[in-house]
Ligand binder design. Sequence first.
Ligand code: NAD
Ligand code: UD1
Length: 349
Amino acid sequence: MAEEKVLVTGGAGYIGSHTVLELLEAGYVPVVVDNLHNAIRGAGGVPESLRRVEEVTGRTVEFEEADILDGAALRALFEKHHFTAVIHFAGLKAVGESVRRPLDYYRVNLTGTIQLLETMRAHGVRKLVFSSSATVYGAPRYLPLDEGHPVGGCTNPYGKSKFFIEEMVRDLCRAEEGWQAVLLRYFNPTGAHPSGRLGEDPQGIPNNLMPYVSQVAVGRREILSVFGNDYATEDGTGVRDYIHVVDLAKGHIAALGKLKENCGCKVYNLGTGTGYSVLQMVGAMEKASGKTIPYRVVARRDGDVAACYADPKLAEEELGWKAAFGLDKMCEDLWRWQKNNPHGFSATA
Ligand code: NAD
Ligand code: UD1
C-alpha cells in the first residue's frame, strides 16, 4: 500500500487513541490534531495516550496541538501534509454539561466541524469518517435500532449537535461532487486496549456507567448509583449495547476502506447487537476484577431510555466489520487498564 496519511482530529482522546493504534497496525500514517481539552499532557508536551500508543506499537505518531476552531492552524496542517482522508473525533461529549452550556457545544461541535470541512475542501480532501452516536435515534420506537430508524428526536444539545452534523455532511455530499463520508453511530464504547497501557481516562466524576463502575472496583469511588430499577427491562435497570473500544476502533479502518469505493454518504451502526442491563454490567465487572462493587438504586436520570441496542447487520454486509469481543473480554481489558492505571494517565490523583 502506498503511504496513506490520515488526519485524526481528537486523536488523543479515548476512542481516537485506540483508532490511531489500529491505523498504525493497518499501515496507515496517522497525524493527530488535538487541543488537549480532554487529554493528559505527558512528557515533552505529547499527550500521554499517544506516548503509550508509540510504546505499544514501536512507531511514532505525528501530533499537532491545535484547536479545530483555529482556521490558520488547520490550514497549516493541510499545507504540510497530503491527507487522503480525515477521521473526525474532536468535540465535546458530556450530555449534562451540554444542557448547561449549549453554545460551547454548538461552537465546538458544529462550528469546529464546519471549519474542518471548509479546510478539507480548500485542500481537495473530501473523504470523511465522522463519530456520530446512537443518541441521534432519540427514544427508540422499535428495537433493535437499524439505520432506517427515524433520527433527530434528541433532547439535549450534545445529541442535537451530532444530528445536525450528520445532516450537514449529508447535504454537502449531495451538493458538491467528490465528497464521500461514513457516519458511524457508536453504541456504548467500553473496555481498553489489551496491553493495559491505553484506556478511558475521564476527568472528574465519570458521567458514564463503565468508567464509574471500574473506579468503584479500584477503590477510587465508594458506591455506584444505579439510575432507576423500574424500567420495563428484565431486572428493571437500563439496557445498553456495550462495544469493546478495540472493535470500535477497527470499525474506522473498515470505514476508510469503504471511502475508497466512491460511496457517497453512508451511515452505519457500530454495536454488537446485544444489550446488557446495569446490573449485568456490575456482575460482569465483579467477575473480571474479583471485587465487590457496592451500589444503591437512586432515581432515574433525566433523558435516559429503558433500552437501546443496535442492529449491526448493515456494517457487516457493507463494511465487512463485526464486533469480535464479548462482555467478559470488555470487562477483563477494562479492569487490566484500571488496575494498572488507577489514576488513568496521571501518576497520582
Ligand atoms: P474524548 O473526549 O476522549 O476525545 C475527544 C478528543 O477531542 C479529546 O482528546 C479532546 O481533547 C479533543 N478536543 C475537544 N475539543 C477539541 C477542539 N476544539 N479541537 C481539537 N481537539 C479537541 O472522547 P471520546 O470518547 O474519545 O469520543 C470521541 C468522539 O466520539 C466524540 O466526538 C464523541 O462525541 C463521539 N462519541 C463518543 C461516545 C462515547 O461513549 N465515548 C459515544 C458516541 C459518540
Ligand atoms: C449516555 C448519553 C448519550 C451518549 C452516551 C455516550 C445520557 C442521557 N446519554 O448514554 O447521549 O451518547 O452516554 O456513551 O447521558 N447508569 C447508572 N449509573 C451511572 C451511570 C449510568 O445507573 O452512574 C446507567 C444509565 O442510566 C444507563 C446505563 O447505565 O441505563 C448506561 O449509561 P451511560 O454509560 O451514561 O450511557 P447512555 O445512557 O447509553
